[in-house]
Design a protein around this ligand. Sequence first.
Ligand code: PLP
Length: 378
Amino acid sequence: MIPLSVPNINGNEWKYIKDCLDTNWVSSVGAYVDKFEQSMAAYTGARFAISTVNGTAALHISLLLSGVQQGDLVIVPNITFIASVNSIRYMSANPLLIDVDPATWQMDLGLLEKFLRSSTSVENGKCVHNSDKRVIRAIMPVHVLGNMCDMDRLTALASEFHLALIEDATESLGSTYKEKHSGRFGRFGCFSYNGNKIITTGGGGMIITDNEELAKKAKHLTTQAKSDPFEYIHDEIGYNYRLVNVLAAMGLAQMESLEGFLQRKKEITDHYNTELSAVSGICFQEITKDVAPNNWLYTVTADKQEELIAHLTKNEIQVRPFWVPMNRLKMFARDLYITENDHSQKVYKNSLSLPCSTGITNSELEFVVKKIKEVYNH
Ligand SMILES: Cc1ncc(COP(=O)(O)O)c(C=O)c1O
């Protein structure tokens, strides 16, 4: 089986994890937690980085610290992994789903702007939805597959309409817009180190921010809000959202390999793009102007998606369709979905992610391409 996207563990992972085991520093604090956080801050250019148990927890805490309240609305693209939208529901708020751009598969900013101008008003420094008077407190762009929106336009809209900006940057470690790292455009940026991500800790996440006070609060809330170093005094409801030292050790080692992973991901993308460009019926994700993507998970749209899935699976090539659009899941079917042409559904129906682990060999890539062409040549 050629897997879709699996970890690449070839650096100092064993060494650093062994160090944790040898010294007994395996749990919720330790030098590797600090080092991993520092390396993420240094790499992204953020002032602060706070590790979390996973990316979903990072999103949850960021929404909480952005003042999202029960009954609020949070703008989010209709195509995303469910964790983005679940984290909004954890706050007893609701997602306000925006259709995606058919070319870039990111939140459609034209549609967003039209909606904000026609259906909301800013009242007392808050963005209010005209028809039901609910506060639209925040906006959560998701950098789907490591691509990003036009961040100048998005940040201008967020600031004009008083929306707290929280980036779901879980898929975009290594991606930049105008050379600024993803996750650095709003109040918080959230990352994931889930097993299929560009670097992994098995499971893990990170919040980045430039705001010192918010960084301290994020650390406090993710560590049970303990306010006394000795006694068990807690000053608010906190969460056990810590990343343990053993996993942070793995993260630090993975960070050391990140540049090599990014380079290999780019080679894989270039290979597929070159080989598949002549196959009419296959379309590529358009990269937004000024974005340098991390090429995380190679995905195309194909008119013969179903035949491709069947043929590639039969040939032991692991492939995946995109996420089912959020408005089609029963939990979110009654939430507001802003769309004109339901591009989400078309992208979803045709999409196909292809094997692109950094450890994939060139002959495996050639085999995948050959099997794709077989479907089109018949
Ligand atoms: C877009 C998106 N948001 C959120 C998450 C949640 O991250 P995690 O699985 O680390 O909780 C993921 C990845 O799994 C994701 O792809």
